[in-house]
Design a protein around this ligand. Structure first.
Ligand code: SF4
Length: 459
């Protein structure tokens, strides 16, 4: 995965100055927040959240056993399992299957894990036309971009921008009516579905008990990508496994509501393997790639709960930082509050040193998270780890001396005098330029409280 998150400080500045982007984001996220609120009014969110959290905690506490159980169940369903430690191994496995089948075209449904491993560009580089079939993903692929949101990849684009894009790339008339744009995309994609040799999808859940691969979606493209092809390849993270089929009753009520405010998504596919002799449709082979890529390193750590994430996107919609800069500024396939956590935790803190600081710590994200991840405290903990690992730095110098000053009244008085003196010169503003660039430096009084008190007492 190409990580640009090291460049966050540069990227966000460009995005925050883009008024059109901010308007698009604000409109879409506020609508999503509103719908989410309405849909949860009719169920007990706290109860569902607690239940989901318990299931996820249990799943992670016995992940090895559950993965083995899932593997057994899936093999009984005639699926093939491949564990991939790294993106390279996952990509190579997919390419191998594609070559074995002489595949020229692959259709792909929405999947953050395939974004994480850069699968589509990898296959394209290796001569396999790989077409995104989710409308949002298709739009960003046409634009040569990456998704800007976990569940709504083209959230950053207005209808007019999409219409212009279709006009330029597909030669359609300039028409920003959503029905027209959807019909045009469907016309192009229908051909791809019919000619594709392999279909690639992610998975929202893997059920250990039955071997079910669960995919939720709204457009039906995932169902076509997995059934109208000869080979279906599932690429997903190891943390997606849950113990029982009945656990789905909790997640199904939470996922749609959290992401789009729907009671349940339009399509819920429960896939168990290749087609049987008496079935007319379905693939001849089903492969399931279980990706680690940094996930197992979090097991048993204070950050394990980050693996609870079901990628609903609710934390992005309520995040004041995300709403102002969008997903691309994060420089990672995982943007927003959860992206600011998983990027450093999966791929190394050195690769995303600024992302955990891209938060106001308001706690909105924690409040809406359907699986009870304490996102803002996790962000704070990762910040602490990053700062503790770093030697030196202005912040560390300031806080070390602040502590010393606060512990001794004499030093505190001296520090006050120095600060008051410095505040009359441009020096203090210069030293704090990162902070004062967007804020007013408070004016220091010419005398301290003690001095004022002393002189008042003397009168
Ligand atoms: S962290 Fe929680 S709110 Fe954010 S995407 Fe994951 S499940 Fe949804």
């Amino acid at each position: 995965m190409e990580l640009r998150s090291r460049k966050f400080r540069t990227l966000y500045k460009t995005e925050v100055g883009n008024a059109q982007l901010r308007a698009n984001l604000s409109k879409a996220t506020l609508q999503a927040v509103d719908k989410r609120g309405q849909s949860f009014a009719e169920v007990d969110f706290k109860f569902l959240q607690d239940e989901a959290k318990k299931i996820k905690q249990e799943s992670l506490s016995r992940l090895n056993d559950l993965l083995s159980q899932f593997e057994d169940s899936a093999r009984k369903n005639n699926c093939r399992i491949f564990y991939a430690q790294t993106p390279e191994k996952a990509n190579a496995y997919v390419l191998d299957i594609a070559r074995r089948y002489g595949a020229r075209t692959a259709v792909k449904s929405k999947s953050m894990v395939t974004e994480e491993i850069g699968l589509a560009p990898f296959l394209i580089r290796n001569g396999i036309e790989t077409v995104e079939t989710d409308l949002g993903e298709y739009i960003v692929q046409l634009a040569g971009e990456t998704p800007s949101h976990i569940t709504t990849p083209a959230i950053h684009k207005s209808r007019t921008e999409i219409s212009r894009l279709f006009h330029d790339k597909l030669g359609t008339e300039l028409n920003s009516d959503p029905a027209f744009l959807t019909a045009e995309a469907r016309r192009v994609l229908r051909e791809k579905f019919l000619s594709a040799d392999i279909g690639i999808s992610g998975a929202n859940f893997l059920v250990a008990e039955t071997g079910d691969i669960v995919i939720v979606e709204n457009e039906g493209n995932a169902r076509l990508s997995t059934s109208a092809v000869k080979v279906h390849i599932v690429v997903t993270g190891i943390e997606k496994v849950i113990p029982k089929f009945s656990d789905l009753r909790i997640f199904m009520r939470l996922l749609g509501r959290s992401s789009t405010g729907q009671k349940i998504t339009s399509y819920v596919s429960l896939l168990r393997g290749p087609s049987t002799e008496d079935e007319k449709d379905g693939p001849e082979e089903v492969h399931i790639i279980l990706l680690d890529n940094g996930r197992s390193g979090l097991l048993g750590t204070d950050h394990q709960e980050v693996l609870h994430c079901i990628r609903c996107g609710a934390c992005l919609n309520v995040c004041p930082v995300y709403r102002n800069i969008g997903g691309h500024a994060y420089g990672s396939v995982y943007p927003g509050p959860i992206g600011s956590l998983v990027t450093p935790l999966y791929f190394g803190e050195q690769n995303a040193p600024d992302l955990p600081f891209a938060s106001s710590l308001c706690g909105n994200c924690t409040e809406v998270c359907p699986v009870g991840i304490d996102i803002h405290h996790q962000l704070l903990a990762v910040r602490h780890e990053i700062k503790s690992a770093k030697k030196g730095g202005v912040e560390r110098f300031i806080f070390r001396n602040y502590r010393k000053a606060m512990l001794r009244p004499g030093r505190y008085r001296l520090a006050g005098k120095i600060a008051r003196g410095l505040s009359k010169t441009p020096l203090l503003r210069y030293f704090l330029k990162g902070w004062t660039q967007h804020r007013e430096l408070p004016r220091f009084p010419s005398r301290s409280f003690r001095e004022i008190y002393k002189s008042a007492k003397a009168k």
